[in-house]
Design a protein around this ligand. Sequence first.
Ligand code: AMP
Ligand code: ZN
Length: 132
Amino acid sequence: MCLFCKIVSNEIPANKVYEDDFVLAFLDIAPVSHGHTLVIPKKHYTNMEEIDNDDLCRVITVVKKIGQSLKDNLGIAGYNIQANNNTVAGQVVPHLHFHLIPRIKDDGLQLWSGHSYKDGETEEILSKIKIF
Ligand code: AMP
Ligand code: ZN
């Protein structure tokens, strides 16, 4: 059983923020910022490729609710929503989860750095990934 499934079944304790029949949210044990919360489906799905749309809707609905609670109650102006999807993207726990990371002005967190497309690269990538 994976680590987060053990939290779902109460084999491992967690500081729960929200719970219903399908979704659980709890404080990250090593917070990037105060209030850093993880939202997971109770059913084990390794990643976004596996989760069914009904469960995904339930999970993302709770992400929205908790984001609002963080904003209303922590006095923050915003937060990042992040899912590290697969090992190469930094996923360590193989149970799909969304990070909610409260942000305050000038907190210095650098979550990614952007770059520019070179000539022709935009068309090339679009021709591969466009799905409409
Ligand atoms: P990821 O790298 O996206 O797989 O993130 C996994 C997250 O789970 C990390 O931010 C960890 O700090 C967090 N984590 C690991 N073990 C626990 C635990 N027992 N309770 C709460 N959070 C945990
Ligand atoms: Zn699991």
